[in-house]
Design a protein around this ligand. Sequence first.
Ligand SMILES: CC(C)(COP(=O)(O)OP(=O)(O)OC[C@H]1O[C@@H](n2cnc3c(N)ncnc32)[C@H](O)[C@@H]1OP(=O)(O)O)[C@@H](O)C(=O)NCCC(=O)NCCS
Length: 390
Amino acid sequence: MTTTATTQPQVAAGLRGVVVGDTRISYVDGERGQLMYRGIDIHDLARYATFEEVAYLLWFSALPSREHLQTFHADLARRRSLPDPILAILGEVPATATPMDVLRTAVSAIALFDPQAKETTPQSNLEKAQRLTAVLPTILAAFYRLSHDHDPVPPRSDLASAANFLYMLSGQEPDPQAARLLDVALVLHADHGMNASTFASIVTAATLADMYAAVTSAIATLKGPLHGGANEGVITNLLHIGSIDAVDAWVAEKLARHEKIMGFGHAVYKTHDPRAVELKRIAREAGERAGTTKWLEMTERMEQAVWEQRKLYANVDLYSACVYYTLGIPPEYFTPVFAMSRVTGWCAHLIEQYANNKLIRPAEHYVGPRDVRYVPLAERTNDIPIVETD
Ligand SMILES: CC(C)(COP(=O)(O)OP(=O)(O)OC[C@H]1O[C@@H](n2cnc3c(N)ncnc32)[C@H](O)[C@@H]1OP(=O)(O)O)[C@@H](O)C(=O)NCCC(=O)NCCS
């Protein structure tokens, strides 16, 4: 004889609308299509700020003076090198490994070489934030080169983060326009409220696990195609479709099959995603620089077709795919590039969390049977299914 739970608490599917705490880091207004970092509009930051300024803004809640920005650059630059054992691990990883998995593994492994890994004091967290932000591009570029039978290119301390990443990837210093295009993309991806990967990171940190553990959780979470993995899905789709003439029919078929189209829809925005607006602008610039706007035109066509057929807005991943592809970044590195930027937001949230911590422990609504009789193993000739009574 079993009984079934009868109480009906309110379940917020996907935790939509549940407020987990106060924050001073970023403000997302899904109705108005607004995003602000520390109160500053994302459109202004995308046009005028650099990625390093944004990292400083997120962590110190201040726009840096010229002198402080220079010191900050130097602090990041001197943390870019990888310990030799990490390079050795990257050399042993199968060349076919997914770069996001490699990134997650390497970040986890780096903790083993930091004697202060377990410390969660404000100073130690700031140092870890700098270290993580500095090494993510080095890990990715080193793995890219090793998996293509090339020696890793050591980081250069005279280049900013975006330029240094493109340099380590190709071995060629990028032109200032390419470097700035990636820099703007990094600015736009740095933080976005209580998104899934940030939430995963603070859940981990709230147990007082260290920042490496929390960022490892975040990377694992960003990987999924409903979150950061969507940008790679966008380019996979565009390459598969092949030409602008085939876009409308492809969209219609996907929607008829009730399949999700990567780069569209958002859990919070009910209007234009302001990051997509900026990314569309720089996608044009990136296309013109590269001498082809084919991918941009296909993306614009897809945006129009999805709007006409399903009334969904483009999200951050739609046009970022176009920007990265035109900059020559391999598709499987699109989501890792997102991580290279979002690590600054994760760290800002982690610093905020450690400063005012409370274990995160939500409840759930049990809907299964109760008081089921345990049948001893000796009495079981077959599996005994657990049957719901009503
Ligand atoms: C981001 C996302 C998970 C937000 O989801 P959400 O607000 O919880 O909305 P749901 O997934 O519940 O979708 C609501 C409805 O819109 C549809 N929908 C949402 N995004 C869609 C998409 N990209 N393509 C097709 N249909 C979509 C759903 O199928 C669902 O339709 P239904 O009511 O007929 O079942 C969702 O839009 C999505 O999966 N997008 C594609 C992945 C992506 O680009 N992720 C990056 C986000 S920045």
